[in-house]
Design a protein around this ligand. Sequence first.
Ligand code: ZN
Length: 240
Amino acid sequence: MMLEDLRCAVAEANRALVEHQLVTLTWGNVSGIDRDKGLFAIKPSGVPYDRLSPGDIVLVDMEGRVADGALKPSSDTPTHLRLYQRFGDIGGVTHTHSAYATALSQARVELPCLGTTHADHFMGTVPCTRQLTPDEVDAGYEIATGDAIVERFQRAPDPLDPTRIPAVLVAGHAPFTWGKDASESVTNSVALEACARMAILSGLLPPGEPRALEPHILKKHHDRKHGPGAYYGQTHRPGL
Ligand SMILES: [Zn+2]
């Protein structure tokens, strides 16, 4: 892929965040990598999505240095870099603060697989990272965030496969997802948000059988609208 094509694809993937209602203000960024050239393309920091053109997309090398671009890359760039360095099969990374997935991140709750919607996308629980220490934050907050994600996936005794669970909830922060390219990483953010929303809604329902409406209230309501003595609505409509 030409680098110009990569920039176009990454600009489009960033704009897709708005289309999928995954971002508020500029709280989200997408990147995509060209592993042969050792460069990844990422959203510039703080630029509104509707004004984002391929030329604004910043190219960054595998040391985290800007290789090409007039604008400053996203402040989350070191986290993307770490994921590309440690997860060798991924080609795109998305970070958003989408509401339901972020709610789980803030609650430090992992997202269990409760149904087939989740199973179609994620091979089991979407994990949550540990909280960073003050020293880690001081030494390099964004790289430490990437390290905490990798650490969570490599944790014994049950390491997780990032290609089968392409998402993580960063404790106290928000989700990151990835995929084979920038576009697929956005799709995985859409899926994560939908699964997080459904899981939270599922948790609001009491366990056991759903409770049916009492028969006498069912009959009353149905009959008052449709029964022989129906009285719902306007019998006499003044002026007509
Ligand atoms: Zn963030």
